[in-house]
Design a binder for this molecule. Structure first.
Ligand code: WQD
Length: 345
């Protein structure tokens, strides 16, 4: 298959590009570089030895998207990863989040359907589930658009749009992948998570403390109703997540469908930190802070449907993710701004 990866130079995008290329498919990366670097695309080519052309453009712009199809198409599939994804930031900038996270999907759908794509894969999130009583979340668990932040709401709105589009395009494969918490990095250490500014998420924050970029880890509350009092999440290795995209694209079944991509194994904040300390080989400075507004005690999935219907299962552990993330961060202390031997200057 020839696949257009919108947001393809990002954290999940680059790992998905590597997995697709390794599986014998072709990719084109479309990215506005608002939260990544062109070097990330070069590293994909270095890892795979295959072309991963990058087009720097705004995926909200129909003409820009059509130009990619004209110059580098035709495409069998579009994978829509182009979105802003910081929950906290989304509460401060709702308009930016709705304009970008909905606008990119609408433009990619208009052009992609007009140009005859067979599949449209959408990057969604496990935060669309709204009732903790449903844990572990299955694809049938309660969702809501009345969620705590514009980021998660924009993802649920996208899903509703795609369900309506599927009804009038029955031959189109529209697959929603609800990610839980992506962590880790490719084993090469050449690509990984490189958020701009101070990381919101736990694992990249721990990585920056381990390389000395940040002083200490803040544990947002240790008084939750969980075994060790800290928050429980379903951390999925980003390479497992990428392989889930390949499995979904290769399934290619017409119609609308939804899959959770997670491990089904909840892990606590303290367990993540302990895992990373084992990878680094030393204790990391940490302190318990007050709870973060909007956090829930626990969220994790039941991944049985993806295992059954995509023949896909997450095989990597939190320790694998810590070892791989540490290899990436220690080799790239400044993320993609770090020049590594063989990088184009
Ligand atoms: C994980 C746990 C925090 C930072 C986010 C997005 C969600 C999705 C997945 C894209 C929680 C604790 C965190 C820190 C901490 N992204 N924590 N100190 O909030 O589960 O979900 O990533 O789809 O949209 O919201 O991830 O990594 O921010 O938090 O103690 O410095 O770590 O309280 O228990 P979260 P997170």
């Amino acid at each position: 298959m020839r696949v257009l990866l919108a947001g393809g130079a990002g954290y999940v995008g680059t790992h998905t590009a590597v997995a697709l290329l390794d599986a014998g498919h072709e990719v084109v990366l479309l990215d506005d570089l608002s939260n990544t670097s062109a070097r990330a695309a070069e590293r994909v080519e270095r890892i795979t030895g295959k072309p991963a052309p990058l087009v720097v453009a705004d995926a909200r712009d129909d003409d820009a998207v059509a130009d990619v199809f004209d110059r580098l198409g035709p495409f069998d599939a579009v994978v829509q990863l182009a979105a802003f994804k910081a929950v906290g930031e989304s509460t401060q900038k709702p308009l930016d989040y709705y304009a970008n996270n909905l606008g990119t999907t609408l433009a990619l759908l208009r052009v992609g359907i007009a140009r005859g794509i067979r599949s449209f894969l959408f990057s969604s999130t496990g935060t669309v589930y709204s009732d903790p009583a449903d844990l572990p979340f299955t694809e049938e668990s309660t969702t809501s658009v009345d969620l705590s932040n514009p980021y998660s709401k924009s993802k649920r709105m996208n899903e509703a749009i795609l369900e309506d589009v599927a009804r009038v395009n029955p031959e189109l494969d529209i697959t929603i992948l609800r990610y839980f918490n992506p962590v880790g990095a490719h084993e090469s250490g050449l690509i990984g998570e490189d958020p701009a500014g101070i990381p919101n998420n736990l694992m990249p924050y721990v990585q920056r403390v381990a390389v000395g970029e940040l002083d200490r880890i803040g544990i947002f509350g240790d008084d939750y109703d969980t075994p060790d009092g800290t928050g429980l999440r379903d951390y999925i290795h980003v390479v497992d997540l990428a392989e889930g995209h390949v499995a979904a694209l290769e399934r290619g079944r017409p119609g609308y469908d939804v899959f959770n991509l997670g491990t089904g194994r909840p892990v606590s904040v303290r367990e993540v930190i302990a895992s990373f300390e084992r990878a680094v080989g030393r204790d990391l400075p940490q302190a318990v802070l007050p709870r973060r507004a909007g956090d829930v005690a626990a969220t994790y999935c039941d991944p049985a449907k993806a295992q059954r219907e995509l023949d896909w299962v997450a095989t990597r552990t939190i320790d694998d993710a810590s070892v791989d993330a540490w290899r990436w961060q220690s080799a790239n202390p400044q993320g993609f701004a770090t020049e590594v031997d063989g990088d184009a200057t």
